[in-house]
Design a binder for this molecule. Structure first.
Ligand SMILES: NC(=O)NCCC[C@H](N)C(=O)O
Length: 411
């Protein structure tokens, strides 16, 4: 059944969460070894059963608060009953310059024979060198035995990054790291083919400039912040700005440069909204973050005939927190920092203390381990739902990274 349009979309970070897209970690995490974990963007080798228990507990906290949890692998298996979606995803899985024609053909034939459930599993867990039946060709012979014919997608866990809803439209993103490129083929197929999302307008696609959902914060209705750093490029921020203006999804985009390093890979690793006017910010950067304020050019909406030719007006840079308050139409943004001790703050930022998921204004899910940050949140009047993340966190992502809000109530 098609969900009514009103049940989709988000205009803020904190409006009551109604529906969220998660991915329960599965066999793709069992592919991680000390030899491939760096390339696959994990900082260790997680204990998979415990990671699943942690994830189930996260999902249970959400459902206990009335949030509908959608699982990406189930939606994927459902769309794989559709021959068009199957063909798209099998082609994407073998579209890899490492593979010669014979190996591509054998792999595509193997995948095409699988049931929707098994194909969903193979697309996420990948296909290992020794898992292919039949003639495999020269590139298979010469491939290192530890390599994958179809690499696994352990970072699918971080559903935040491969798609993001802005208003009632969904942006399938363009992921920067090679280990994550194929994730957006999965989200694109789900949004294009699953009846749940019938009629959803697509705002962005994976062929465009790099843009990741962890860099996109819906600060308030009409105000979007976009981090630019290791993942999202200035070109991606510019393209998104044009599109949200042309489609009247926002009036202001704040473009926020962030350090190009792993600890701060996305804007949501250093700042997340916890109330309509309150942001949790990593103190080491709170004072120095700057923003370029981007709005639509003269003539405004009347001249926005085409998504990608909208004139932009760019002002700045200005201190981010001031620019954000001005764009949001409030006097000031309340800043909750993660503790005054810089070492503790750095440790907790690394462990995703700043990466909270708001379930409603003043109600946020956070990793339990970040005790100083969580105490600071509570002192500021934010109710904290604590979850364990010792295994989940080895992928360097917290509750916000692990969730893609599909529907939030308007504020
Ligand atoms: N929004 C986020 O910060 N997502 C976390 C992504 C972690 C993942 N291992 C990555 O490096 O892309």
């Amino acid at each position: 059944m098609t969900a009514p349009a009103a049940a989709r979309g988000a205009t803020s970070e904190v409006g009551p969460l109604r529906t969220v897209l998660l991915h329960r970690p599965g066999p793709e995490l069992r592919r991680l070894t000390p030899r491939n974990n760096d390339q696959l963007l994990f900082d260790g080798v997680p204990w998979v059963r415990r990671a699943q228990e942690e994830h189930d507990a996260f999902a249970a906290e959400l459902t206990a608060r009335g949030v509908e949890v959608l699982y990406l692998d189930r939606l994927l298996a459902e769309v794989l009953a559709d021959p068009a979606a199957r063909a798209e995803l099998v082609t994407a899985a073998v579209e890899d310059p490492r593979l010669g024609a014979t190996l591509k053909r054998t792999t595509a034939a193997h995948l095409a024979d699988l049931s929707p459930e098994d194909l969903a599993r193979a697309l996420v867990a990948g296909v290992a060198h020794d898992e292919l039946p039949g003639a495999r060709g020269l590139s298979w012979e010469l491939m290192a035995r530890g390599d994958f014919v179809v690499p696994p997608l352990p970072n699918l866990l971080f559903t935040r990054d491969s798609s993001v809803w802005v208003g009632d439209q969904v942006a399938v993103t363009s992921l920067a790291m090679p280990a994550r490129h194929r994730e957006s083929t999965i989200t694109a197929a789900v949004y294009a083919h699953h009846p749940r999302f019938a009629g959803a307008e697509q705002l962005y696609d994976a062929s465009l400039e790099h843009l990741e959902g962890g860099d996109v914060l819906l600060l308030a209705p009409g105000v979007v912040a976009v981090g630019v750093g290791e993942r999202t490029t200035p070109g991606g921020a510019e393209r998104l700005a044009r599109r949200v203006f042309a489609r009247r999804l926002a009036h202001t985009v704040l473009v926020v440069p962030i350090a190009q390093q792993r600890a701060t890979m996305h804007l949501d690793t250093i700042a997340t909204m916890v109330d309509v006017d309150a942001m949790l910010v990593y103190p080491a950067v709170a004072g120095s973050l700057a923003a370029w304020t981007v709005t639509a050019g003269e003539g405004g909406a009347a001249r926005m005939a085409d998504d990608d030719t909208t004139d932009l007006v760019v002002r700045g840079p200005a201190p981010f927190l001031e620019a954000a308050a001005a764009a949001m139409g409030i006097d000031r943004l309340r800043v909750i920092d993660t503790g005054l001790d810089p070492v503790t703050a750095e440790r907790e930022q690394w462990d995703d203390g700043n990466n909270t998921l708001a379930v409603a204004p003043r109600l946020a899910v956070a990793y339990e381990r970040n005790t100083v940050t969580n105490a600071a949140l509570e002192a500021a009047g934010i109710e904290v739902v604590r979850i364990a993340g010792s295994e989940l966190g080895s992928g360097r992502g917290g509750p916000r990274c692990m969730s893609c809000p599909v529907a939030r109530d308007p504020l």
